[in-house]
Design a protein around this ligand. Sequence first.
Ligand SMILES: CC(C)(COP(=O)(O)OP(=O)(O)OC[C@H]1O[C@@H](n2cnc3c(N)ncnc32)[C@H](O)[C@@H]1OP(=O)(O)O)[C@@H](O)C(=O)NCCC(=O)NCCS
Length: 258
Amino acid sequence: MGNRKWRTAISCHIGRETYVRGYKLLDLVGRLSFAQAIYLVLKGELPDERESKMMEAMLVSVIEHSIAPPSVISARAIASGGNSLNVGVAGGILAFGSAHGGAIEDAMRFFQENVGKNVEEVVGQYLSQKKPIPGYGHRYYKDFDPRTKKLMELAKKLNFYGKYCEFAQRVEEEIYKQKGKRIVLNVDGAIGAIASEMGFDWRIGKGFFIIGRVPGLVAHVYEELTREKPFSKRLNEEEEVEYYGPEPRELPPNFKGI
Ligand SMILES: CC(C)(COP(=O)(O)OP(=O)(O)OC[C@H]1O[C@@H](n2cnc3c(N)ncnc32)[C@H](O)[C@@H]1OP(=O)(O)O)[C@@H](O)C(=O)NCCC(=O)NCCS
């Protein structure tokens, strides 16, 4: 191992040729699907047929989910302030967090650290501490997340339904048992479980959502820039905002200002 300051095992140039994980970039162009190339660059090896299909499905499942989520609101609001496409998209990515988009990483960590443990105890600990279990719950889906259903069916068909998926679904049932309320295994949880089956480390989890959702963000920012007026995302304070601060008041006469 050399001692140069910058090190990478991802890609390099040899002469004028680019190599990605050891393969000539130009040999990949026209032969690999985008999802296969993503798998290669993230995992370091080419996916087989099953891995390719699963990867495609996971990325497509998060490509878009309406104008409502925080990332799209942020991206479009930033674009509406008079910024360029990259600024709007970057703003959207910054809105990914533990409640939206970022939960894949937390869910993968939860599965990888808890699989094999007693489900009743694991769930009990989270619920008693009022800690949200990552990968469960959704603002919109209350009975089941249809994306989870589809991905889990596919995982079964492609033989990726193993200990992590089984654990993830047992946790969902256990939450229902202990809480008496259905808190669904959401798409982040489903991707987290399946990506764990595929051998991905939890620290790469957020990457799945970022890679999958950026096309949606690009489309939204482009639409905002080309179809809407600048500054159109200003709130209508009378209809959309509830002010609950102090009533208008005078500065105290004895207040020592500058
Ligand atoms: C997504 C999320 C913010 C939605 O929250 P929400 O709309 O407040 O959810 P609900 O109103 O349906 O919550 C109902 C109850 O379930 C609880 N709950 C919701 N998600 C929970 C979770 N992941 N783990 C444990 N309890 C949860 C709530 O605390 C609430 O409890 P209460 O009735 O005792 O007050 C929330 O579920 C969450 O933080 N999930 C974990 C992160 C995650 O996976 N995010 C990705 C979403 S795609």
